[in-house]
Design a protein around this ligand. Structure first.
Ligand SMILES: [Cu+2]
Length: 144
């Protein structure tokens, strides 16, 4: 009886911690990028704690974190040591973080496809989210 009581309190405590704890993601973008701001809002709406940095040259960040030119988009983000490049949906980031791909640098949506989060408009194009790895392997992670 007493042990179940303690376990119950422990379970309640764990649940409370889990819901309060937001995943922190750091975003590097240029101050004038509107779609970057909209992507930040998309992350916040989906429970991420966003730390946003305006930088004068986003390419410096991309080079530093191993984002090749052909994989690049507007903004670059870091979460749990992984790179999130471009307009990656929050749902893909969450799925990736719960089960990261071996050797992955991170996820990318190259370019800025219309209809991706932060790029909403009057058109919605098909686009892929890719994983890219330290040994230069690029694979489709999800299609939207
Ligand atoms: Cu953009």
């Amino acid at each position: 009886m007493r042990l179940t009581g303690i376990l119950f309190i422990f379970a309640v405590f764990l649940t409370a911690c889990e819901s309060a704890e937001k995943v922190e993601i750091t975003v590097y973008k240029s101050a004038t990028c509107g779609c970057c701001k909209k992507w930040v809002s998309h992350l916040e709406e989906n429970g991420f704690e966003v730390i946003s940095h305006d930088v004068s040259d986003v390419n410096v960040i991309k080079q530093k974190y191993g984002v090749r030119q052909d994989l690049a988009s507007c903004h670059t983000a870091m979460v749990n040591g992984y790179v999130i490049e471009g307009h990656v949906p929050a749902s893909d980031i969450k799925r990736f973080l719960s089960n990261p791909v071996t050797n992955a640098i991170g996820l990318t949506v190259p370019g800025m496809p219309m209809g991706s989060p932060g790029m909403e408009g009057n058109r919605k194009d098909d686009y892929n989210v890719y994983t890219f790895t330290k040994d230069n392997k690029i694979a489709v992670y999800s299609s939207h």
